[in-house]
Ligand binder design. Structure first.
Ligand SMILES: [Zn+2]
Length: 389
C-alpha cells in the first residue's frame, strides 16, 4: 500500500522548527476493565474447549499431542496436496493469534512502558519462534498471507508517544531515532526481511508522536512504509461514559484531524481508550459506525486492552467489536507469557497453510469455522495420521 509519494526527510526537515517539545507523554492509566478472575475464567474455557477438540482428535486417531509432535520424525504418508505436507506443517487456521499492545518505550519497564531491550528481545523471540507480523486490517479481513508453518502476529502501539516515532538530529542531520519503536522495527526488518514491517499506531489529540512540526511527515511516513494509523478518539476519552452524540464527536473529530494529512486513507480501526466501552448495545453501535459534522467513520474492528490472544477472524467466536490484545509489557498475561503458553500448547496456535485462498483446519475444528466469512476461499480439512508404530 504505497499510496503516498516518498517524502525525503531532508526537504521536510529543512523547514521544520524544532520546538524541543517535551513530549507531553500522556500518563496513560489504561486500566484493564476486565479483572484477573475473568481472565482465568476465559483461559479455563479456552483450555476446556481446545482440550475437547484435542480429545476428539485423539479418539479418532489414537494419538495425543506429544505423539503428534513426534510425528515429524517418523515416516509418514502425506495427505494429497501439491503445496505443503499437511502432516508436517499442521496448519491450524482457526487457531489463536496475538495482537500485541504496546504503548511507549522507555528506560524502565512499567505497566505501559516497554524497555527498548525488552522490545528488541520480543522481536527476536517472536522471530525465532516462528511468528511473522501481519497488518491488523489483514487479520480482521482474514487476508492472511503468512508463510506456511508460521504464525501471524499483530503489533499495535497506542497513544502516539514520541518514543514510538522520534526524529533526532545527529551530526547536523535529522534522522529517525534508531531507538524509537519505528527505528527498531525497521532495523529488525532490515536484518530479517521475512519479518515484515507491519504495525498500527493508534493516535489521539492534536500532536500525535509529539513533534508538532513533523506531524505531516510522520503520518505519511507510516503509511508510506506500509504500516497503519488507527483511531484512539480525539480526546483519549472513556467511551463507556459518553453520550451517543459525544461518542460520535470524539471519533469523527479524530478522523477529521488525521485525514487532513492522509487524504484517501481510511481510518477504520479503533483502539478503545482504557479498553472501555458503553454497556448498552444501542450506544455500542456508534463505536463502529457514526458521523459528526459531516465526517463519517466506519470501523472494521475495535480493540480491547489486554489480556489474551484472539481467535482467527474466521472463527465463530471472533468478535470484531472487541478484539482482545496481549500486553506488550511485563504485565501478567503479557507477550512473553503467551509465547511460553504457545510453546507448551502448540496446538492452540494459528499455523498458516501458506495459501491465502485456502483455509486449512483439522477435521475436528471445522465446526468452528464461520462459513459466511469464507468468501471466495476454499475450506480444506485434514486429519492427523496415526503414527506408525
Ligand atoms: Zn490509550
Amino acid at each position: 500500500m504505497k499510496k503516498y509519494a516518498k517524502f525525503t526527510l531532508a526537504i521536510v526537515l529543512s523547514t521544520a522548527l524544532f520546538t524541543g517539545c517535551t513530549a507531553s507523554t500522556i500518563n496513560v492509566n489504561d486500566k484493564m476493565e476486565d479483572n484477573k478472575e475473568a481472565v482465568e475464567e476465559t483461559m479455563k474455557n479456552n483450555d476446556k474447549e481446545i482440550n475437547e477438540n484435542i480429545e476428539s482428535e485423539s479418539n479418532e486417531n489414537g494419538s495425543d499431542s506429544h505423539e503428534i509432535e513426534d510425528n515429524k520424525e517418523k515416516e509418514q504418508e502425506s495427505v494429497k496436496t501439491e503445496e505443503i505436507d499437511l502432516q508436517e506443517v499442521k496448519p491450524n487456521e482457526t487457531g489463536q493469534i496475538m495482537v500485541v499492545m504496546y504503548h511507549a518505550l522507555g528506560d524502565e519497564e512499567k505497566s505501559y512502558v516497554r524497555t527498548r531491550e525488552n522490545f528488541k528481545e520480543d522481536l527476536k523471540l517472536l522471530y525465532e519462534k516462528g511468528y511473522r507480523p501481519i497488518s491488523l486490517k489483514d487479520y480482521i479481513n482474514n487476508k492472511i498471507d503468512t508463510e506456511a508453518g508460521k504464525t501471524p502476529v499483530v503489533f499495535t502501539f497506542d497513544d502516539g508517544n514520541k518514543t514510538d516515532f522520534n526524529i533526532i538530529e545527529e551530526n547536523g542531520e535529522k534522522k529517525i531515532d534508531p531507538d524509537c519503536a519505528i527505528g527498531i522495527l525497521e532495523d529488525f526488518n532490515k536484518q530479517h526481511p521475512d519479518f515484515g514491517l507491519e504495525a498500527t499506531f493508534f493516535l489521539f489529540g492534536d500532536n500525535p508522536f509529539r513533534q508538532k512540526d513533523l506531524i505531516d511527515y510522520k503520518l505519511k511516513y507510516v503509511l508510506d512504509k506500509g504500516m497503519d494509523i488507527g483511531n484512539h478518539t480525539s480526546g483519549h476519552d472513556n467511551l463507556g461514559k459518553l453520550s451517543e452524540n459525544d461518542i460520535q464527536k470524539t471519533m469523527a473529530k479524530n478522523v477529521e484531524f488525521l485525514s487532513q494529512y492522509l487524504p484517501g486513507y481510511e481510518i477504520n480501526t479503533l483502539a478503545l481508550p482504557y479498553g472501555a466501552r458503553p454497556k448498552s448495545e444501542e450506544k455500542r453501535k456508534y463505536l463502529i459506525k457514526g458521523s459528526f459534522d459531516g465526517v463519517e467513520y466506519n470501523n472494521i474492528g475495535a480493540l480491547a486492552v489486554g489480556w489474551k490472544p484472539e481467535y482467527s477472524s474466521i472463527h465463530k467466536k471472533f468478535d470484531f467489536e472487541y478484539i482482545h490484545r496481549v500486553h506488550g509489557s511485563s504485565e501478567e498475561f503479557g507477550v512473553r507469557y503467551w509465547m511460553d503458553y504457545f510453546d507448551k500448547n502448540p496446538e492452540k496456535r494459528y499455523v498458516s497453510d501458506g495459501d491465502k485462498d485456502t483455509i486449512t483446519v483439522l477435521e475436528s475444528h471445522k465446526d468452528v469455522v464461520e462459513e459466511s466469512k469464507l468468501g471466495d476461499k476454499t475450506l480444506r480439512t485434514y486429519t492427523l495420521e496415526e503414527k506408525s508404530e
